[in-house]
Design a protein around this ligand. Structure first.
Ligand code: GLC
Length: 560
């Protein structure tokens, strides 16, 4: 396996709209981010993935781009951006942009032109098709959108339908047209020439649609997805993007919905690298029956272990994993995988330990580092996300109003999009104005300032773990082995490499759980590296772990 910077790095995701507002308009901005660079450097992160900073009408808050070469004026100017990149680079922090190229905004000039007439030169940048049935009033096929409902929108003006796998304001780009790929390459060059270090490639595995756009097998969710997820031209498209990326040695992580290990190896294997790495979702998978993202699913440690074993071992030595618990599309992990009421801090620290002791590149989502919990808003008027609002309409039909609201409060993407809780002053120190999305009520107890002050906080624990990982390659390069695949309470694993051996034991339950030293392991060779309890046993042996107790032991290569 090759040693690489991105394998040894810890990444951080910023959702700019909610990170830090500098001018009181209630919307996060670049100058706000600049004011927090010392905080990020102090946390110890090496790279930042920015959710979209580009011009956008905000139908999907930045994931609908109207100009790929402009900064959203709500976030600042191109000069602000350049300054931010310079300052981050000055601290040794790399900059990863979000690359949203499956679709544009319907306000992008390509689409504005395309929809104006059937003969427009941009018409073929998108999928415009005649409808089925009498008068073509039925959509061209039965595909459904990720945001619920048909994936087609009828255009009265030109009497055709266009495809949108997400919101109707996000028309899909047509990669059968080679001009589209040429445009995208120009966009890549534009940002790479500015000095950015790579891209997180939004829903990248949806780019290749099956020719003819055939109707799919009917299901409640994602009908037609067999004709657009990991389509047959995916590698060709990724290869074309690589032509540019390679010149700059750029890093890429592809958001890959429903990806399998085999597919991931096709896209990312070390000797055939189309993408540097992928985001896979098995370990945080939601109940997808209704096509609603993150519908609550009861946490099951055995499912998590199976996912970890599949991915940790599946890619080891051949490719490279990403590690994450949260992002802007999911509810907070504290409250999903551990309680947000009982032993909350121990739980958050345990999840920090797992994140930072597995094989792969860890990504921390803003606020996760001090244990932020989901907002759980109870009034539908407080929700802003298009997915939440559309899902709610469907959930109401399926379960009735009360249950629908409860599910939404548990799973909505807005849960993680509320403003970062910097302190306990009004609006959590995020803005002096009216925040675009309500601050979560937990800010009085859970905030960065408080966490900085408390030496025993989740934040300090993250810092400690990040430092440990960066100071010891055993955390980075060790091979994973699940030591207790059948335990329903304990997640215990070995990481083994030329840099030594680590054993990590985590009690995912709120009850005491007994860890018995597995046969063949010399407990005496291991010493305690860190724990989320002050008095965990110094030596590895049979022991009872307390609620959410998480302990890391290390043995040097020679004496293990
Ligand atoms: C990705 C993004 C999500 C967005 C969608 C459409 O899943 O992470 O936020 O809504 O793509 O661009």
């Amino acid at each position: 396996m090759k040693n690489k910077w991105y394998k040894e790095a810890v990444f951080y995701q910023i959702y700019p709209r909610s990170f830090k507002d500098s001018d009181g308009d209630g919307v996060g901005d670049i100058r706000g981010i600049i004011s927090k660079i010392d905080y990020l450097a102090d946390l110890g992160v090496d790279a930042i993935w920015f959710s979209p900073l580009y011009a956008s009408p905000n139908a999907d808050y930045g994931y609908d781009i109207s100009d790929y070469k402009a900064i959203n004026p709500e976030y600042g100017t191109m000069d602000d951006f350049d300054e931010m990149v310079r300052l981050l680079h000055g601290k040794g922090i790399r900059v990863i942009m979000d690359l949203v190229i499956n679709h544009t905004s319907d306000k992008h000039e390509w689409f504005v032109n395309a929809r104006s007439s059937r003969d427009d030169p941009y018409r073929d940048y998108y999928y415009f098709r005649d409808g089925r049935g009498k008068n073509g009033k039925k959509p061209p096929n039965n595909w459904t959108s990720f945001f619920v409902g048909s994936a087609w929108k009828y255009e009265e003006n030109t009497k055709q339908w266009y495809l949108h796998l997400f919101d109707e304001n996000q028309p899909d780009l047509n990669y059968f047209n080679p001009r589209v790929m040429e445009e995208i390459k120009g966009i890549l060059r534009f940002w790479l020439d500015k000095g950015v270090d790579g891209f997180r490639c939004d829903v990248i595995t949806l780019l290749s649609k099956t020719a003819g756009l055939p109707s799919g097998k009917k299901r409640i969710a994602l009908t037609g997805s067999e004709y657009y997820i990991d389509g047959d031209r995916m590698e060709e498209y990724l290869g074309e993007l690589q032509e540019v990326l390679r010149e700059y040695d750029a890093f890429t992580v592809g958001e890959s919905v429903f990806i399998t290990v085999d597919k991931a190896l096709r896209y990312t294997s070390e000797d055939n690298e189309y993408l540097t790495t992928v985001f896979s979702f098995d370990h945080v998978s939601a109940d997808n029956r209704f096509g609603i993202k993150q519908l609550p699913k009861k946490f099951n440690l055995l499912d998590l272990k199976r996912a970890l074993t599949r991915w940790q071992n599946g890619l080891y030595g051949k490719s490279w994993n990403t590690l994450f618990w949260e992002n802007h599309d999911s509810a907070r992990i504290v409250g999903r995988y551990v309680s947000d009421r009982v032993n909350r801090e121990e739980g958050a620290k345990m999840l920090a330990t797992v994140l930072l002791t597995l094989s792969g590149t860890p990504f921390i989502y803003q606020g996760q580092e001090f244990g932020t919990i989901s907002a759980r808003m109870t009034d539908i008027k407080d929700y802003k996300d298009v997915d939440a609002l559309r899902s709610y309409a469907l959930l109401k039909k399926l379960f009735g109003k009360k249950k629908a609201m409860k599910k939404l409060a548990y799973c909505s993407r807005d849960n993680a999009r509320t403003p970062v809780q910097w302190d306990d002053t009004q609006n959590a120190g995020f803005t002096t104005g009216e925040p675009w999305l309500k601050v979560a009520p937990s800010y009085r107890d859970i905030n960065a300032k408080q966490a900085e002050k408390d030496g025993n906080s989740v934040l300090h624990y993250y810092k400690k773990l990040i430092k440990l990982r960066k100071g010891d390659k055993a955390f980075v390069y060790g091979k994973y082995q699940d030591l207790l695949p059948k335990s329903k309470k304990l997640l215990a694993y070995l990481r083994e490499s030329e840099y030594g051996k680590l054993i990590v034991i985590n009690n995912f339950s709120l009850k005491t759980a007994k860890f018995t030293l597995p046969k063949g392991i010399d407990g005496g060779a291991y010493t305690l590296i860190t724990s989320n309890y002050a008095d965990s046993p110094k030596k590895l042996g049979t022991t009872a772990l307390r609620p959410y107790e998480s302990i890391v032991y290390k043995a040097d290569g020679k004496n293990a």
